[in-house]
Design a protein around this ligand. Structure first.
Ligand code: GAR
Length: 207
């Protein structure tokens, strides 16, 4: 499949989304963002979306009792835009995934999964935990989204060094630079139909 219609789900500042916008505009990613949905009404990612004249919707997590109701509202919101795939971009809630989107939803996580994933391990919490553990390398992971936090078949990973004088902020900056390369590359593989998923294993098919 070429030229993916992407829905993007976020909860925060939207730097991951901004990078996807830039890669699409620069021809590095054969995709277009057709709708963005935020789980928070105050997410700055909504502002970034409006600036690009892309529909920016809000489905607030706090208005729904459980994952089932919330997920149904999210998928109902994106349905009219007929996305081929969904990218999570700093989206901080669990989803119940409809069959038609199985292996069509990607996430980027700021660590080398399965280390440093799971509930409560997001954003700067991840980098703090990596530093506390004394790791010498960390990185980022792009994976298909499963039904538990940070689970699902791994598509691609990129390692970065941890420096002796790193703070959570300096480490986050290095990992995010790696995310900005890896995430669009993985989405491009999906656009080219080159990801084959069997159980937990993703194979990258030749061009
Ligand atoms: C990104 O670093 C992403 O890897 C991380 O949140 C940040 C979102 O930044 N995601 C997770 O921790 C998912 N478990 P953004 O809101 O500016 O795009």
């Amino acid at each position: 499949m070429a030229h993916l219609r992407l829905a993007v789900l976020l909860s925060g500042s939207g730097t991951t989304l901004e990078n996807l916008f830039e890669k699409c505009a620069g021809g590095k990613l054969d995709a277009e963002v057709v709708v963005v949905v935020s789980s928070r009404a105050d997410a700055y990612g909504l502002e970034r979306t409006r600036r690009r004249n892309v529909p920016a919707l809000v489905v607030e997590r706090r208005r729904y009792a459980g994952t089932d109701e919330f997920s149904a509202a999210i998928f109902a919101a994106i349905e009219p835009y007929a996305p081929d795939a969904i990218c999570l971009a700093g989206f901080m809630s669990l989803l119940r995934i409809p069959e038609k989107y199985r292996d069509r939803i990607l996430n980027v996580h700021p660590a080398l999964l399965p280390a440093f994933g799971g509930k409560g391990l997001y954003g700067h919490h991840v980098h703090e935990a990596v530093l506390r553990a004394g790791c010498k390398v960390t990185g980022c992971t792009v994976h298909f989204v499963g039904e538990k936090y940070d689970s699902g078949p791994i598509v691609a990973q990129k390692a970065v060094p941890v420096m002796p004088d790193d703070t959570p902020d300096t480490l986050a900056a290095r990992v995010q630079a790696a995310e900005r390369e890896l995430y669009p590359e993985a989405v491009q593989l999906l656009a080219e139909g080159r990801l084959s998923v069997k159980g937990q294993i993703v194979k990258i098919l030749p061009e």
